[in-house]
Design a binder for this molecule. Structure first.
Ligand SMILES: NC(=O)c1ccc[n+]([C@@H]2O[C@H](COP(=O)([O-])OP(=O)(O)OC[C@H]3O[C@@H](n4cnc5c(N)ncnc54)[C@H](OP(=O)(O)O)[C@@H]3O)[C@@H](O)[C@H]2O)c1
Length: 239
């Protein structure tokens, strides 16, 4: 039987979230794709896949909108097998260094990436817990969120957001691990042409990356022993 898979931030056809949605739809699963505003790309996919694609609108910065989306979904399905927290947003100063960047823009990025993901996990946890077997939360993190491997002097808000997401992953893991009912990881998804530009030197298209991640998620779904921060190649990555 097909799984119920939810992907946040899935509205852009060239980016990772949409391609994860596509991969799971192609595999016969039911997919819940979340957006913060209407997406023509997803609407086209809906014409093709009908009731197997559920589109929810929510803003990760707004707890009430996340909770309302969870309530809406609970009226349509009784459980989730997999939640992929993919949505991301950065400040306009992301590429500036410490002395140039407006530091007051950082908190919003951390709010979207880390706190927003926690809002989603909390709101949808009941549906994950209702899964007949074990369910899985995959937080799309980044090597940029590793403190021990940090080499950057820019992307401060992004790195801080992903480091905070990694911390959230560990904190939630500590909270839920003993029950072995809902599993959770932070994953670096690889270097991907998520802007859809052909001159982007990243080796993976969003569609290729989504396929690799889908296989990885299947392999690690019931791994309650391993390190919690892994790469798309299944290797442990240092926090
Ligand atoms: N590209 C890489 O090489 C690479 C490397 C490491 C990690 N990653 C991670 O991979 C994931 C996907 O990357 P991407 O470039 O494909 O992402 P993206 O397209 O930049 O963002 C994904 C979606 O997040 C949504 N979003 C932004 N703010 C939101 C909010 N407040 N509430 C709800 N949704 C919101 C955006 O919605 P709108 O469409 O409405 O703006 C967007 O469609 C990200 O987590 C990224 O950090 C990518």
């Amino acid at each position: 039987m097909g799984k119920n898979v939810m992907v946040t931030g899935a509205g852009r056809a060239y980016a990772l979230g949409y391609n994860l949605v596509l991969r799971y739809l192609e595999a016969g699963d039911t997919v819940i794709a979340t957006v913060r505003k209407k997406s023509d790309d997803l609407e086209k996919l809906k014409e093709q896949y009908g009731s197997r694609l559920i589109i929810l609108t929510m803003d990760l910065l707004d707890t009430a909108s996340v909770n309302a989306a969870a309530e809406e979904l609970a009226g349509k399905t009784d459980h989730l097998d997999l939640l992929i927290n993919n949505a991301v947003g950065v400040s306009p100063d992301c590429d500036k260094g410490f002395f140039e960047a407006d530091l007051d823009l950082i908190a919003r990025t951390v709010d979207i990436i880390a706190v927003g993901t926690m809002r989603v996990i909390k709101a949808f946890y009941g549906l994950l817990h209702n899964c007949p077997g074990t369910s899985l939360i995959m937080n799309i993190s980044s090597e940029a969120g590793s403190i021990s491997r940090c080499y950057r002097t820019a992307q401060i808000d992004y790195g801080m957001g992903k480091a905070a997401l990694n911390m959230a992953t560990m904190n939630i893991w500590n909270t839920i691990k003993d029950e072995k009912k809902v599993n959770i990881f932070a994953v670096h998804p690889g270097w991907i042409r998520t802007d859809g530009r052909e001159d982007n030197p990243a080796p993976l298209s969003s569609y290729e990356a989504a396929g690799i991640l889908k296989d990885l998620f299947e392999k690690r779904a019931c791994d309650f022993e391993g390190h919690r921060f892994i790469t798309n190649e299944g290797e442990d990555y240092p926090f």
